[in-house]
Design a protein around this ligand. Sequence first.
Ligand code: FES
Length: 125
Amino acid sequence: MGEILDKYKTVKPEDVKSWFKAAPISAFPKDGGACVKYKDLQIAVFNFERLGTWYACQNLSPEKQEMVLSRGMIGDHKGTPMVACPLHKKIFSLENGENLNGDLDAIATYPVKIDGENVYIGFSE
Ligand code: FES
């Protein structure tokens, strides 16, 4: 199971080498998420409309290793935008992936950009 988690590595904005065209903006619910497949990865992309911001992270919850984070509620934890895993409500920062209410490993996060009508996810390969 560890190998699945190992595929997900945070990409910093300065390390982006390619922008993957994920889907049109209209494919993402306002203030919610959707799962995008990239190679053998599942990436959760969130349209955080209340903040006017987009976020992306691994879809894999590190606890039970289920592909569920795109279905999690997004919100605010002490000023940090976060997603709550729908299974056991562990919450993760959408800015740096940190587990904000426990000691799970941080999840991987990815840059997002909007160009025209489309949403792109940044990868370092
Ligand atoms: S599986 Fe996500 S918090 Fe338990």
